[in-house]
Design a protein around this ligand. Sequence first.
Ligand code: CP
Ligand code: NVA
Length: 330
Amino acid sequence: MPRSLSGRNFLKLLDFTTEEIQYLLELAKDFKRLKRTNTPHKYLTGKNIVLLFEKTSTRTRCSFEVAGNDLGMGVTYLDPASSQMGNKESLEDTAKVLGRMFDGIEYRGFDQDIVEDLGRYAGIPVWNGLTTEFHPTQMLADVLTIEENFGRYKGLKMVFMGDARNNVANSLMVVSAKLGINFVACGPKDNMPDAKLVATCRKIAKENGCTITLTDDVKKGTKNADVIYTDIWVSMGEPAELWEKRIKLLSPYQVNDAVMANANPEAIFLHCLPSFHDLETSVGREIYEKFGLKEMEVTDKVFRSPQSKVFDEAENRMHTIKAVMYATLK
Ligand code: CP
Ligand code: NVA
């Protein structure tokens, strides 16, 4: 049993032990059962949380809001235009003020340093809802989805395809190392996770009996994979001018039929979402007009195939975020 997580921040998975991550996953399973059976679980009635979003969101915001409501808490949402943070008031002052009024703070935005500073000054638990470097709450949902499909996660092979230096890829590498999942970053050589982070993860992976592999070879990288994962090619906060360069760089790493056929026949496809797999988005249509691409990081066929578990994964965001809030606030 891990030591209590009560009062802790949830800023990145490197701060948590294997046992603590496993405990959060078990808790999430309990909460999923309660939700599915319509069993009330207002365990945190009387508490209040604030959600600070400096970037847009559907899943993360809704997960924190619904999970907060289900736990009986009051939830306040602040977008960048409706708070003084960074404009008229320093991060430190904002954190101290929010810490006097609320019981927990969610932050989505830019540098990891910002969320680390919030955690330092607020005096109440701070949860990272995505930074440029990491997306830790996403990881719990991903591993829960893997476990639901395979009955386990330890010893499986997970491959991240594409922009292997982004927040999701970094976080997948960390969670894999912590939980004994063999992780492969499959993308262009000069677009790999930070070397220092790779070294840290390899050390953790060794302790947990798994490997971290970086490769630009799609065939080798995806061979017999159990989980094929991808993410958009230009992340929030990056300039739109990058699309052209990234399309050229990352197109060979698209998740398509050939990739899935090379993986384990039982393999699942995961994506944190949102995804550009058709022309039903304004960005997707713009890219099509400029570059002639109808689908990007994943084909529409794979996205909609039975192997794709992306909507289970999205639902699991809510159950796992609930577990994080409960564990740190109870
Ligand atoms: N996966 C994810 O974080 O989705 P949102 O950007 O919609 O929150
Ligand atoms: N890498 C993506 C993840 C979105 C959930 C981004 O940061 O925009």
